[in-house]
Design a protein around this ligand. Structure first.
Ligand code: MCA
Ligand code: AMP
Length: 518
């Protein structure tokens, strides 16, 4: 057998709710009644009963701003209860939600707005002038972390009925960087999001009495879709944290049942002085993903808490792809089995499909796989096989029973603290600076972030160049999390016989910058 399809069917869509994700969510909300949905600092900020009237009025406001089905809404706001409502209201109006990392600079934002051509942009109040300068024809409104802003002024009394959408309609575009250095918009349909959410609801045994501790940003698949959709479709409550404070999370363990995080969250929780082994007894499920969880961290967590973290694997383009089992063995260092309804296979260097432990490129097909890159059919065609499998760019091995272990990446990607950073984008920014001949950006091991960005920069002959100068030169164009944690100035970069820069040699040379070399 060369292809592992998990043929246990994805959960049947048997509810009368309708084809779209938002129809399902509102149907669950209607049944959940006054039950708390979002709780902040002990106060219920949004009940399930609030969802229908509040998304209806907010959706009507979006229409008044020029929103309509299939129009894009670009959103770069701080995490807040109102930002969650905005997401649901946009879906209700049939709009395509385009969330952006709050760390993106005005230069980066200008690119996204130019590409997405939104009807509406929602930004933080402090960014309004800078956003207006790059917003083109889009209407710009504001939303602050405290839930105030021009978006929420003039809310119509009359709410918008739920748009009659189709499963294949776009729900969201999520930008994900690429090897070209330019971000591409991954188009996700209602069917993509709904199928993945219903599958995970069953697989991870979401129940209405679950209580999720939500610590993730809500501009990525992990925090916006995996975490929130699970709670929404189960009618479960969410303890909503604006940022990540280990002590506050540990304090919530006694009232909660589920936590989702990236490996950095787990290592910080374990290193926190408040950590106490007994504090997790009420929790039923700890989930990790977005970056590799070291087997050592997995085992340490179990030793401290008695709980085995469930590691899963996903991608912006596909949502969740594989997961360790809920009941079976959660093996440290592996990402488990393909989700029900999802097929994966591994293609070796020869181009043949391989099993039995040989590493190769992981490919995936299923209802979770995105509809293509926004306005980029060439790139879409490049990333798919003729039979519909999407090429993830992750290198994996597959055991005879189908279990997947990620062993590397064919794509030149750094993952720091669960955030993806594409070296090419940083190299392009550095190479444009005066005095720079060329640069190579690499990821090196980092105890807190997993990987950290290092830029090795070759100066032009005779040029004056400093690390600080390089950092200052890129400060305005690249989001802060992409900035190198170290800049190393050299006379030239190492190259192989073919003239290609030897990044492996650079990683070996600088691998001990933040952790002791093995
Ligand atoms: C913050 N900083 C970072 C990162 N985060 N630098 C590198 N990598 C990072 N991830 C920098 C800031 O720019 C700032 O720099 C300093 O660290 C402190 O910022 P602060 O906001 O206080 O950081 P933090 O609260 O400590 O955040 C660390 C974090 C956060 C909690 C690990 O990065 C985070 O929430 N990561 C999760 C990202 C995520 O949701 N990924 C899922 C992608 P300075 O002080 O110098 O200005 S979805 C995905 O990957 C797929 C689909 C999947 O499988 O899930
Ligand atoms: P993104 O482009 O932000 O969606 O990130 C997706 C990438 O994150 C995947 O292609 C993997 O390289 C990585 N990733 C996600 N989950 C895991 C995991 N559990 N272990 C290792 N890498 C992961």
């Amino acid at each position: 057998m060369t292809e592992h399809a998990n043929t246990s069917a994805a959960p049947a869509d048997t509810t009368p709710a309708g084809a779209t994700l938002i129809a399902h969510i509102l149907s669950v909300a209607a049944a959940a009644g006054d039950k708390p949905f979002l709780v902040e600092a002990g106060l219920t900020r949004l009940s399930f009963a609030d969802l229908e009237p509040r998304t209806a009025r907010l959706a009507a406001r979006l229409v008044a701003l020029g929103g309509k089905p299939a129009a894009r809404i670009v959103v770069q706001v701080d995490k807040s209860v109102e930002a969650v409502l905005l997401y649901l209201a946009a879906l209700r109006a049939g709009m395509v939600f385009v969330p952006l990392n709050t760390a993106y600079t005005a230069t980066e934002l200008a690119y996204f707005i130019g590409d997405a051509e939104p009807a509406v942009v929602v930004c933080r109040p402090a960014d309004e002038a800078a956003v207006r300068a790059v917003a083109g024809a889009a209407r710009v409104v504001t939303l602050g972390a405290d839930g105030t802003g021009s978006l929420l002024e003039d809310l119509p009394q009359q709410g918008l009925p739920l748009a009659a959408g189709e499963a294949g309609d776009l729900a969201a575009i999520l930008y994900t960087s690429g090897t070209t250095g330019r971000s591409k918009g991954a188009m996700l349909t209602h069917a993509n999001l709904l199928s993945n959410a219903l599958t995970l609801k069953d697989l991870w045994r979401w129940q209405s009495d679950d209580v999720l501790i939500h610590i993730l940003p809500i501009y990525h698949v992990h925090g916006l879709f995996v975490a929130l959709h699970g709670a929404l479709l189960a009618g479960a409550s969410v303890l909503f944290h604006q940022g990540f404070d280990p002590a506050a999370v540990i304090a919530d363990f006694a009232a909660a049942t589920v936590l989702m995080g990236v490996p950095t969250h787990y290592t910080r929780l374990m290193d926190s002085p408040e950590h106490c082994p007994g504090a997790c007894a009420h929790m039923r499920l700890f989930i990790s993903g977005s970056a590799p969880l070291l087997a050592e961290a997995h085992q340490r967590f179990e030793g401290l808490t008695g709980q085995r973290i469930l590691e899963r694997y996903g991608m912006t383009e596909c949502g969740m792809i594989t997961s360790n089992p809920y009941d079976g063995d959660r093996v440290a260092g592996t990402v488990g089995y393909p989700l029900p309804g999802v097929a994966v296979r591994v293609r070796g260097d020869s181009g043949d499909l391989v099993t039995n432990g040989e590493p190769g490129l992981l490919e995936v097909r299923g209802p979770n796989v995105f509809a293509g890159y926004w306005r980029n059919p060439d790139k879409t065609a490049q990333e798919f096989r003729a039979d519909g499998f999407f090429i993830t760019g992750d290198v994996a091995t597959q055991a005879p029973d189908g279990r997947i272990t990620l062993v590397g990446r064919a794509k030149d990607l750094i993952i720091a603290g669960g955030l993806n950073i594409y070296p090419k984008e940083i190299e392009e920014a550095i190479d444009a600076l005066p005095g720079v001949a060329e640069s190579a950006v690499i990821g090196v091991p980092h105890a807190d972030l997993g990987e950290a960005v290092v830029a090795v920069v070759a100066r032009q002959r005779g040029a004056e160049l400093s690390g600080d100068g390089v950092m200052a030169g890129i400060a305005d164009s690249l989001a802060r999390f992409k900035h190198p944690r170290r800049v190393v100035i050299v006379d030239e970069l190492p190259r192989n016989a073919m003239g290609k820069v030897q990044k492996a040699a650079l990683r070996a040379e600088h691998g001990g910058l933040f952790v002791p070399k093995p």
